[in-house]
Design a protein around this ligand. Structure first.
Ligand code: HEM
Length: 145
């Protein structure tokens, strides 16, 4: 069962009563900082190779990768790295300057699915990560195809 992005460690550990310490974040479950870093590094080459997505991004993708690393860290329940540096994420607003269509949202999620499959993130968590990102990706749609 998922609650606030947190997952039970094991049934055994929670059997004596559920305490906050019995839960880990999705961030911890996928492998913390190295896993988020690896995911971002696998993801952006796919974005740059995608005909729908690549025109939206700058040639120098490294600043975008760094921001995505900070953002996904906190989005998955790790330290609030993005907000510490850039304030409230307001991610839909930050995407408004770019034409985000349904096809682009699907392309973005497809890049993420393929990136996940190239990481050491445990396979059962791939669907969880994609599910967490699917809401925002569709929420960021701001124009028709
Ligand atoms: C739905 C399809 C999406 C498209 C087409 C898209 C496209 C973009 C573009 C063009 C940028 C700006 C790059 C630049 O700085 O020039 C950007 C920034 C960013 N995107 Fe997306 N994005 C999508 C979905 C998402 C999702 C689902 C997330 C995370 C939940 C996300 C997180 C970010 C972050 C953290 C930034 C950097 C924001 C900043 O400037 O501080 N994006 N995106």
């Amino acid at each position: 069962m998922w609650y606030n992005g947190l997952s039970p460690r094991t049934a055994k550990e929670t059997s004596g009563g559920t305490k906050l310490s019995d839960y880990i974040s999705l961030y911890e479950a996928i492998g913390g900082a190295p896993a988020v870093r690896d995911l971002v590094e696998k993801f952006y080459p796919k974005v740059q190779a995608d005909p729908l997505l690549s025109p939206l991004f700058p040639d120098d993708i490294h600043p975008v990768m760094e921001k995505q690393y900070l953002f996904l860290t906190q989005f998955f329940g790790g330290p609030s790295l993005y907000s510490d540096e850039f304030g409230h994420p307001m991610m839909r607003a930050r995407h408004l300057p770019f034409p985000v269509t349904r096809s682009r949202a699907e392309a973005w999620l497809s890049c993420m699915a393929r990136a996940l499959s190239e990481t050491a993130i445990p396979e059962p968590l791939h669907a969880v990560v994609l599910e967490r990102l699917s809401g925002p990706a569709h929420h960021f749609i701001n124009t028709e195809d």
